[in-house]
Design a protein around this ligand. Sequence first.
Ligand code: GKR
Ligand code: MG
Length: 425
Amino acid sequence: MSLKITGVRITPVAVQDPPLLTAIGVHQPYALRSVLEVETDAGLTGIGEAYGDDPTLERLHRAAPALIGLDVFDLNSLHRRVVGALGAAVPTEVLTPLVGAGSQGKAVAATVAAFEVPCLDLQGKAVGRPVVDLLGGPARTEVPFSAYLFYRWAGHPVAPGYPEDDWGEALDPDGIVAQARRMVDRYGFGSLKLKGGVLPPDQEVETVFALREAFPGRPLRIDPNANWSVPVALRVAERLSGVLEYLEDPVGGIPQMAEVARATDLPLATNMCVTSMEELPPGIEQGAVRVVLSDHHFWGGLRATQRLAAVCETFGLGMSMHSNTHLGVSLAAMTHVAAAIPSLTYACDTHRPWQREDVIAPGELTFCDGALAVPTGPGLGVSLDHEALARLHAQYERCGVRRRDDVAAMRVVHPDWTGKQPRFS
Ligand code: GKR
Ligand code: MG
């Protein structure tokens, strides 16, 4: 059966996003994603999801024409064609500094990943099997996710009329415990992750203690996205020794992470200092991390995430999964690949509970006891809701946001805000 690409549609969308506070600022009222539809001569269409910021869109549009005629089973050629189309002057800007530094390799990997997922969706649709089966079959039939807790404001400081959510403010331990309670009651999450690097570190430690008291026995994590100096990280690590499942990116850079790692018994995890194949050797040699958070969006796709898993297993590193704001197509892809990696034993991150809008048909992916059942339908096992896609594309056209910029969003309230890191030293 011929299954050659005849067309690619890239639709940028904007989704409402709450005012979640981060190490460098605050989320904008809209987060950007793009939805990919890859058409074939067999009449089948494969779907995928990528970031929707301008640099990503530029890379996707540069690569797309080179994919016409590609057999969707020929994923090695997909890689070669993307490299050829992007050329040496590939824009290397990353979505946010919260996922580490940009590089040419990472830009290529992100572009390959964006098109690999629809190709795998198409392969699955062609043979009538779910993507997890194309990746070697399920090591688990359900994938556990963690509750992703954020300090946050009740509403965005924007023009009246913006439809705020009803989660309310969370700026202290009680607020975060209440948020966690709601996440746990609603979705059943077992592990809890606190996005830190926002308040003075000792206050964030108090929040972790409050979570431990409110949810005894549940695995806890904190992730200040490299907003602490080494001395601050060492002090926090001492206070949280024995309390955390892992400490994520306390400081920036492989040598600094290695310095902290040498001084604590807490496992350090990262989605900032080891985020690409070329960062693995120095990260491993220097002993900077014990857990790598994978993310198929920037590691090069679902198969590259499996290659990452092989390296992690070889060197005794654990694996978890990172998330930015995303929609249901990515959630399906994350679930398939997590299910296919036996050593990915930590509950995965997901921003999904923070989104009220989606591009997939309602009710297709539902958390039950904190986990998602791996879709069993052909391909990704989810389908696009074209009306929703059109609505969210219109929202993209209207909203004017074209890049993620937590610093600019914070300047609306604090005009002198720089977002410079590390803020706490
Ligand atoms: O979306 O605010 C956010 C997150 O902080 C995200 O950008 C990070 O990359 O969740 C991520 C992380 O674990 O570092
Ligand atoms: Mg992180």
